[in-house]
Design a protein around this ligand. Sequence first.
Ligand code: O7M
Length: 216
Amino acid sequence: MKVKNQIILALDVEEKDEAYSILDQTTEYLDTIKIGYPLTLAEGPSIIQSIKEDYDVNIIADFKVADIDATNEKIVKTTLNWGADAIIIHGFVGEDSVLACKNMAESLNKEIFLLTEMSHPGADKFLKPVSLDIAQMGVELGITNYVAPATKLDRLEKIRNVVGDDAFIISPGVGVQGGTAKDTLQYADAAIIGRSIYNSESPKETLENVINSIKG
Ligand code: O7M
């Protein structure tokens, strides 16, 4: 996957009008949008196809899929058939569950991202102790796309070391959660940014500033 300007917008607003207003202001600089439960549950899954068609962007469906293999497979199939280009899945559920997602996505010529460790403080208790093992499992399964936290650069670096330089890491936690794009991109290939862009007075200007901060 290639991500324009190394920024992915996390579009966690809950109304189509608001989503479109933000996309109108930002898609000059972006070609990859992450859509999760907030917008999909509020507007229905057809929002994925609408945004893809109206803005010509890649959509990563952030549904953090975490079920048994047979159920994961159905979730991945339906989500990707709704028009998403990639889907994010949890790694802690283990090899069979993850493999079911990988196989289904590959059969549809689409991609999965494996979530290793999360960006919020609470993730330190249960996920941190196993996140490097999750990353290692991903490597052994031949997964090339990962999610790892921008708020914990030491962890992001360790996860990068496990998955290798050729893997593609996208990293949430820039802005409101405390990470910076420039620091994050030392180890990640793209930064995921939500509230600090879509809640700002001028999403366009804020995004321009972030892009300049990466170059500067
Ligand atoms: O910039 P924010 O904090 O408003 O948004 C961050 C987005 O990334 C939001 O959509 C979260 O659900 C998501 N996210 C995290 O914040 N932390 C994680 O560890 C993982 C994700 C994520 O994208 O998971 C795939």
